[in-house]
Design a binder for this molecule. Sequence first.
Ligand SMILES: Nc1ncnc2c1ncn2[C@@H]1O[C@H](COP(=O)(O)OP(=O)(O)OP(=O)(O)O)[C@@H](O)[C@H]1O
Ligand SMILES: [Mg+2]
Length: 264
Amino acid sequence: MTKYEGIRLDGVGVTLGGTEVVANVDLDIAPGEFVCLLGPSGCGKSTLLNVIAGFVPATGGVFVGGHEVKGPGVERGVVFQSAEALFPWLTVRQNVEYGPKIRGASRSECAEISERYLRLVGLFHASDKLPSELSGGMRQRVQIARVLANEPSVILMDEPFGALDAQTREVLQREVDRIWRATGATIVFVTHDISEAILLADRVVTMSVGPRARIKTVAKVDLEHPRDLMDPRALALHRMLRDDIGSEVNKSLRAQGLLTEEAA
Ligand SMILES: Nc1ncnc2c1ncn2[C@@H]1O[C@H](COP(=O)(O)OP(=O)(O)OP(=O)(O)O)[C@@H](O)[C@H]1O
Ligand SMILES: [Mg+2]
């Protein structure tokens, strides 16, 4: 079903409002790989994701499946932090069928697609409900089903579970892991949560603070699934990533005069 496509960022830079937010970002993501992007608030994670999505123009090269990104495309699905991206006047089923319908799928094809993906996210029973009748976690699942219905080869997720409680978050993390295996899509997932990154990613990429933020560390997560965060290797990786990001946060605080050398 899914065409496997890698992502390549080659000397990518982004200037927003006169500030060079990210600079010289090089990153190669293999087809079917799951990469988590971690970093202090404001460093440019969403910016980088939006560059891959084609929402934000960049200098340098941005390639998906070997093709240069020049704007948004249906082969790149984006899951946002909040489910406001859903159409509130459409039912769950209609939201999921929206993309296929636009692409010219027949009624029966649309029905088949929405059933498949709503079952995959465990929400087929809620097909006829409106988004306003669902919990936050359910809405996020609809958003994921809606993105999957376009059968993207690349899924870009920007803190998709940031607004959810810890239990719902855990359920959805497992679900994303399962969906990733089922579809084989390449996933770039932005998060603040180090544990979430270690649970999900093949590789965790950290960013330095901006302006001119760049990739700081690329860590491979060599742990078998399902992952145990209490595994000594997971704990060691957690500590390394925490120190890596912590030192960037301190740099940013120092630059703002909010941290003295002694306190650091
Ligand atoms: N339209 C814009 N004009 C000017 N500056 C912008 C614009 N959008 C974002 N920025 C700046 O770019 C930087 C990176 O923003 P971005 O949203 O990518 O950060 P982030 O890493 O996703 O942060 P968070 O973790 O808080 O979501 C920030 O310093 C922000 O102030
Ligand atoms: Mg962001």
